[in-house]
Design a protein around this ligand. Structure first.
Ligand SMILES: C[S@@+](CC[C@H](N)C(=O)[O-])C[C@H]1O[C@@H](n2cnc3c(N)ncnc32)[C@H](O)[C@@H]1O
Length: 259
């Protein structure tokens, strides 16, 4: 899949909707869950590269917690929204925006303390091995990369639900189509191999979002509007994310690795 196709896709999606994530019970829930995982890793304040940071939701959250952010994205449409969001929150001194391809970054080597690749950006990036090499280049020694990936086994269930033809096709390609984008899915072993080949030291591969994705779309899981139920389910998702032996069944795999 070409970068210009990815860029066009995200430029089309770039419509500023005020607080839409806050208003959607399911996205509010998922954001809480994701922040739980991110904040457990980005513990000491430092220089962060938000790679494929889009409209800047994690840049803003991390900047509020004291980090200095370089937000990089290929989509000018999403970056324009990010710029407005950052101004509204008075964070222009903490977040710098760059329109660039994460496969060739405009930064010196050994520059960042952390890299965030949230939202499965590496699943749609062509030449992932070279991209990991480039990300490693800009990371300081002992710096940490946090990257999420669509999990192969979770995607397999969804393909089975669609029918045997989709299932068999998926088994061959390991690719799922979301919108008009192709997302490569990964097993734990694939990620271990990829990161090790790129000379990262893996600290942890954990799972994230076990059951919530099954509820997505089905009436937007209206029970999540109930704070008490939402809290209980969040607790369950957090608990499951600590059980490494079931990580492969989660919707996403999170790799935390050191340079
Ligand atoms: C699913 S969105 C995730 C956005 C953000 N990380 C988040 O979690 O809200 C993927 C983002 O990656 C960006 N992207 C995809 N490929 C890229 C590349 N090669 N270089 C820079 N940005 C890229 C897209 O424009 C889009 O904003």
């Amino acid at each position: 899949m070409s970068i210009s196709k990815i860029e066009k896709y995200y430029n089309k999606k770039a419509v500023k909707q005020k607080d839409w994530r806050e208003k959607s019970p399911i996205f509010k829930f998922l954001d809480k869950l994701k922040w739980y995982s991110i904040s457990n890793v980005f513990t000491k304040t430092g220089k962060v590269l938000d790679a494929g940071g889009g409209e800047g939701r994690w840049s803003i959250k991390l900047a509020k917690h004291g980090h200095n952010i370089s937000l990089v994205d290929i989509s000018q449409g999403l970056l324009s929204i990010a710029e407005k969001n950052i101004k509204e929150k008075n964070l222009t001194k903490k977040i710098n925006i760059f329109r660039a391809d994460i496969r060739k970054l405009p930064f010196p080597s050994n520059y960042f303390d952390y890299i965030l690749c949230e939202g499965d950006v590496l699943c749609i990036t062509p030449q992932i091995q070279n991209t990991l090499k480039e990300l490693r280049r800009v990371l300081k020694k002992n710096g940490i990369i946090y990257a999420t990936f669509v999990s192969y086994y979770h995607a397999l269930f969804f393909q089975l639900k669609k029918g045997i033809n989709d299932f068999e096709k998926f088994q061959k390609t390991k690719i799922i189509n979301v919108g008009s984008l192709n997302f490569h899915t990964y097993k734990k072993d694939d990620l271990e191999r990829l990161f090790t080949l790129s000379k990262f030291h893996i600290a942890k591969i954990s799972g994230e979002i076990y059951f919530t994705s099954f509820l997505y779309g089905e009436n937007q899981f209206k029970e999540l509007k109930n704070e008490k139920i939402s809290k209980k389910l969040l607790h369950l998702e957090k608990d499951m994310s600590k059980q490494d032996e079931i990580a492969s069944f989660a919707g996403h795999l999170i790799v935390v690795a050191k340079r």
